[in-house]
Write a protein that binds this ligand. Structure first.
Ligand code: NAD
Length: 466
């Protein structure tokens, strides 16, 4: 473990390069390639979240005001699910994949084998600070890598807890935690890694990519964006309202795959808004004071959206800066040009628009940067197929919200402005492995005609065979 956030800059840089050098030395020994080592690390992650659930919940409450139930669902069950799935499937994922060869390469054999990349950097955000640090770490160790984890400084209690616990449960010669802010991240990137996996906002994502480019470090960028929920008139509005409200309220709306805005068919739009408002009242009857926002900067941004909006507040609207709370709010018909509809909301505010035709809604969503997810509530197969096929997005969920994230069989990632690359399950193992192409030949036969100088006959035969 390297606790570096309070160190002077020169010491910090030296400490960091020593940490990375130590991990590289460990990787060079080859011990992280061993399947048993990988499985031991995955078990370590499982044990960490199981045995330290109470401490994790306390840290999340201190950083984010999160309830123990949401701490369990968002950070503990999700992390454990990834680790268990990887542990159970790892031997299968590690198998060589034989490939058929073209005739001109016989006799011989060809295969793809997965090789660890080396030492990777994981940069986590504050909103699910355990899951989004340890989830990528599952992929890193499953692929046989050493890793530096840099948790977010904006969730300081969780960052300190991870720095303390990770060395207790994982091989501390292979996995290190470095704490600190964006400048620490840039100094880490300057060390050069074999891969960097970043989760965070699109603007910081650009800075990560620029920092990584200096060292030619490949990146996976798990970014954000405005994920739309599209509801057609034939949807079950009660179920739709419950599912949207539930996920939107989770972690005070500070979830990358939260429904960002709702666009519903005009004939049912107002009825759906009423049902969502009723669900919000019911689900948050124990939190009448509003939902806690992570810090003043984020609070001011969200309160600013509410001040600026030209839309009608259908429910909520109250803000309290002294307690950093915002009431869950539904805003009907905001101007598509205002900040609420231009920026990722990332808070408990749901803007709602109406559409008349599928062409219109497809045009609207596609007129904006590609979202991380598209959510479609409909009973119509034709509508569902059109919306899935014609709206590019990282993922899509039909008749629910955000649940694809909990399915390790599906790759999780964005496209365009919402990210590049994907992980979870096998996809994470592959993202942090090198796919090595191997062709193995025999010494015999060794046909003389392939070597120069070429006779006319040899060229004729070669043109036929190759
Ligand atoms: P962020 O981009 O502000 O910060 C993420 C990390 O980047 C932190 O560890 C931070 O220390 C570091 N950082 C900040 N400035 C930096 C700089 N100049 N150079 C290098 N590193 C720097 O993100 P956040 O506010 O923690 O999280 C919110 C954003 O993350 C939202 O946009 C959300 O949609 C997105 N997000 C995406 C996913 C996903 O899986 N796709 C998951 C959660 C959050």
């Amino acid at each position: 473990m390297t606790r570096t956030n309070k160190a002077p800059v020169a010491a910090l840089g030296q400490d960091m390069s020593e940490t990375v050098a130590r991990l590289r030395r460990t990787h060079a020994t080859g011990r992280t390639r061993d399947v048993d080592w990988r499985i031991a690390q995955l078990r370590g992650i499982e044990r960490l979240v199981d045995e330290r659930e109470a401490e994790i919940a306390d840290a999340l409450a201190a950083d984010l005001g999160r309830s123990p139930q949401e701490a369990w669902l968002g950070d503990i069950a999700s992390t454990k699910g990834e680790a268990v799935f990887a542990r159970k499937n790892l031997r299968k994922w590690m198998r060589k994949q034989s490939q058929r060869l073209p005739l001109n390469q016989y006799p011989g054999s060809g295969w793809v084998q997965f090789e660890p990349l080396g030492t990777v950097l994981i940069i986590g955000p504050w909103n699910y600070p355990v899951y989004l640090s340890l989830g990528p770490l599952v992929a890193a160790v499953a692929a046989g890598n050493c890793a530096v984890v840099k948790p977010s400084e904006l969730a300081p209690a969780t960052s300190a807890l991870l720095a303390r616990l990770i060395p207790e449960y994982l091989d501390s010669e292979a996995v290190a935690v470095v704490e600190g802010d964006g400048s620490v991240t840039q100094q880490l990137l300057a060390q050069g890694f074999d891969h960097a996996l970043f989760t965070g906002g699109t603007e910081i994502g650009k800075k990560i990519m620029a920092g990584a480019a200096e060292q030619l470090t490949p990146v996976t960028l798990e970014l954000g964006g405005k994920s739309p929920v599209i509801v057609t008139a034939d949807a079950d509005l009660d179920v739709t309202a419950r599912r949207i409200a539930w996920v939107k309220l989770m972690n005070s709306g500070q979830t990358c795959i939260a429904p960002d805005y709702l666009i519903a068919e005009r004939s049912i739009r107002d009825a759906l808004v009423d049902k969502i408002a009723a669900c919000i009242d019911k689900f948050r009857s124990d939190q009448v004071g509003g939902l806690r926002i992570v810090n003043e900067r984020q609070f001011d941004r969200l309160a600013g959206y509410l001040k600026e909006t030209s839309g009608r507040i259908a429910t909520g609207g109250a803000t309290d800066r002294s307690r950093l709370t915002i009431a869950p709010t539904v805003v009907v018909d905001p101007d598509p040009a205002e900040s609420l509809m231009q920026e990722e909301v990332f808070g408990p505010i749901l803007p709602v628009l109406a559409f008349d035709t599928l062409d219109e809604v497809i045009g609207f969503v596609n007129g904006r940067p590609k979202p991380l997810a598209t959510y479609i509530f409909t009973r119509s197969r034709a509508a569902r197929t059109r919306l899935i096929d014609e709206i590019p997005s990282g993922g899509a969920v039909v008749n629910h919200v955000a649940m694809h994230c909990l399915v390790p069989q599906l790759p999780f990632g964005g496209v365009g402005a919402s990210g590049m690359g994907a992980y979870h399950g096998r996809w994470g193992f592959e993202a942090l492995s090198h796919r090595k192409a191997v062709l193995a030949k025999t010494f015999k036969p060794d046909l003389a005609l392939v070597y120069p100088p070429y006779s006319g006959l040899a060229l004729k035969i070669m043109r036929k065979v190759f």
